[in-house]
Unconditional design. Structure first.
Ligand SMILES: [Zn+2]
Length: 215
């Protein structure tokens, strides 16, 4: 029985690495995957991991029908034994419905990988639809750690090193600018306190702040 599986977690939890591992394991058995991604860090039409591995992928665009794309691919003699959708948080809810239809009507396994919540702790629309539709949701427990050492469960956005909780859901920063947008994974406690590694370091150096127990 084919299924729609949603592998989710924070940034840096190893989603893309697992996606590449699944792709590797199946291609070693002679299977061929259709790989979709959107806005990967390595650029258009790439699925990459922070560990430096990369493979070619089909870049998903606004309004693209993923079900129709696969039907067209198969009808032209193309092959697809399974489907991987990386950066699935960036897909539109209707594109997640199309992936569910790929499972049900084409009988293919679909493995979707995505960040669950944004920097405001709200579900991405694509991730929400996956939680609603998936046969199985696997929360990746690769230990992304907060600066305090606790398991990082939340994504923070920083602007100029300071955590922000307002702004557009998707912003890709320019790393060379002083007001650069950055991202950092935190535990919930420090997400709530808006305490990033940089601000914790600054606070620790400040004579105004009394030392506190790490507990
Ligand atoms: Zn923490």
């Amino acid at each position: 029985m084919s299924e729609l599986v949603f592998f989710c977690g924070t940034m840096d939890c190893g989603k893309s690495t697992l996606a590449l591992q699944i792709e590797h394991n199946r291609s070693a058995r002679g299977l061929q995957g259709m790989i979709f991604t959107r806005d990967d860090r390595a650029g258009e039409g790439k699925l990459s991991s922070r560990l430096g591995l990369v493979t070619d992928a089909v870049e998903v665009t606004d309004g693209m029908d993923l079900y129709a794309y696969l039907v067209e691919h198969l009808s032209q003699g193309g092959r697809a034994d399974y489907v991987i959708a990386d950066e699935a948080q960036f897909l539109a809810p209707e594109q997640i419905d199309q992936l569910a239809r790929v499972v049900d009507d084409l009988g293919l396994d679909v493995y979707a990988f995505g960040i669950t919540t944004d920097f405001r702790t709200k579900l991405f629309p694509g991730s929400q639809r996956l939680v609603e539709l998936a046969d199985r949701v696997e929360v990746l427990q690769v230990e992304a750690l907060c600066w305090c050492g606790a398991r990082a469960t939340h994504n923070a956005r920083t602007v100029g090193g300071q955590m922000v909780v307002e702004g557009a859901q998707v912003v890709v920063g320019d790393v060379n600018q002083a007001d650069t947008v950055g991202y950092e994974v935190l535990c919930r406690r420090h997400h709530r306190r808006r305490m990033t590694a940089a601000s914790a370091h600054a606070a620790a150096l400040s004579p105004d702040v009394l030392p506190v127990s790490p507990a």
